[in-house]
Write a protein that binds this ligand. Sequence first.
Ligand SMILES: [Zn+2]
Ligand SMILES: [Zn+2]
Length: 370
Amino acid sequence: MKIRAAVLERTGGPHAVQELDLAPPGAGEVLVRLGASGVCHSDYNAIDGTAETRCPAVLGHEGAGVVEAVGDGVVRVRVGDHVALSWAPWCGTCSECTRDLPWLCSTAWPAMGTGGLMDGTTRLSRDGEPVYHYSFLSTFAEACVVPEKCCVPIAKDIPFDVAGLVGCAVTTGVGSVWRTAGVQPGDRVAVIGCGGVGLSALMAAVAVGAEPVVAVDAAPPKLEVARSFGAAAGVLWAGSAEATAEAVREASGGGVDYAIEATGRSEAMLAAYLSLRPRGAAVLIGIPRADAVLPLPALTIPRSERRVLGSIYGSSKPERDFPLTLDLYRSGRLPLDRLVSHRLPLDEVEQAFALMKTGDALRVVLDLTT
Ligand SMILES: [Zn+2]
Ligand SMILES: [Zn+2]
């Protein structure tokens, strides 16, 4: 079938909306007519080369839509189901899957790098030449073919823009607090970086009864937003990790149990670590450059049992966590719709990235129904 999609021709961009061929879903694959796609910093990392990405590619990994067709053997979804898309399919047989860590699947991660689906081949093409997928999804398009395990059925009253965000930013942030860290009521939490991911972590910390929750950002307007989501205090980035951490320790009554780091910058990671009280953990969820390093004051690690926890996709299981997160959205305990600051049509994808770079947007969503 023919679809319109935003194609990134090469690293550096720009995007061009073009007509592509989309092959029908193979065995274990699903064709999804997309309703909306969030625009994530990881997409930008693919554009600017921070994350090496095979081109030409259709980016986008934060989408939701309606199942239009299924390939042989598909059992998880049916035609007509509404689905939120996960970018973390799993094989079920590798050592990580066997240890019940499907988000770390050692089959899926290398497959993602090929720009294909789980078998390494692509369903997208242009004049007979391959166009590559991004994170198994490629949601900057009218429709996509994805592995069955990327599809999580959702209730039909959930807006596609909210469901899409649950596919990446929300799950990354919420899961880091609930699943990776296991924050308990009364734990002190700091969130460094108040974009879509950080605000999701903040909402999750507030919802679970963390006290206080301290927001940290370099932009005063983001701190105002964080307060409106329930942060007890806002700390403006103070120019260095040490000075910022000191302000967080002061605002939290002596250091936090968990510092969630959502920017991917080494300095902010160090600030997260230095913000901890004894036994506290820095939870690193922002994606740094491949060559970044993180020097820590080593003596403080054994002496105060401070810890560093990595977290990818919030250590989450989409089939369990997407419906839970959306139930809590519906009941008002996770006001996820407030993350959507801008809605644009697919043709304005370049404008979406421009908005992201200004820092004025929370989450920009492409409305793919127009
Ligand atoms: Zn993302
Ligand atoms: Zn696996």
